[in-house]
Ligand binder design. Structure first.
Ligand code: MN
Length: 197
């Protein structure tokens, strides 16, 4: 079954002024859509054609001969996850289970923010910063290019895309401003709470 592009979970204007409709138009309509088209083209006629996206990613991870499939398929997954990590009027201090867990594992929300921003800003080149669960504990990690935590046995709870295409139209070279806007105004903590549950 071919992969298809799902609609964003909000209108393209919903994240303004922090992420513009123009950015979402390209990011969802061209980049994410392009990863889906590439994956479908590359798995066509192979043993992966009928498998789920997660299985395709797991089976091609670390396989140099299928790096192209892994890169595109993992980017499909990462973007679908990233869209859900944001919502209008999001961000700021979390509530619910994730708040208690952040306080327990990082010491405070501010400490979490410091680690998350450092990872997102410090990722050299293209990639992602994540909040993940490792053996039941929260950790902040970063991944390069298309790499994704679940192939390493880590449970993703939150991600920010730090490929330049995620922010260049709105912030140009100012990645720290994009990351701050994401943290302060966009994080969908309800989604994070659903992931942790
Ligand atoms: Mn992206």
């Amino acid at each position: 079954m071919a992969l298809s592009l799902l609609d964003l979970p909000y209108p393209k204007t919903a994240l303004e002024p922090y992420i513009s409709s123009r950015t979402l138009e390209f990011h969802h309509g061209k980049h994410h859509s392009g990863y889906i088209a590439n994956t479908n083209r590359l798995i066509g006629g192979t043993d992966l054609e009928k498998k789920s996206l997660e299985t395709i990613i797991k089976e091609t991870s670390g396989d140099a001969s299928r790096i192209g499939i892994f890169n595109n398929a993992a980017q499909v997954w990462n973007h679908s996850f990233y869209w859900q990590c944001m919502k209008p009027n999001g961000g700021g201090s979390p509530r619910g289970m994730i708040k208690e867990k952040i306080d327990a594992d990082f010491g405070s929300y501010d400490k979490f923010v410091e680690e998350f921003k450092t990872a997102a800003i410090g990722q050299f080149g293209s990639g992602w910063a994540w909040l993940i669960l490792k053996n039941g504990n929260l950790e902040v990690i970063k991944t390069s290019n298309a790499d994704t935590p679940f192939v390493h046995g880590l449970k993703p709870l939150l991600t920010v895309d730090v490929w330049e295409h995620a922010y260049y139209l709105d912030y140009q070279n100012k990645r720290p401003d994009y990351v701050s806007a994401f943290v302060d105004h966009l994080i969908n903590w309800d989604f994070v709470n659903r992931c942790i549950g």
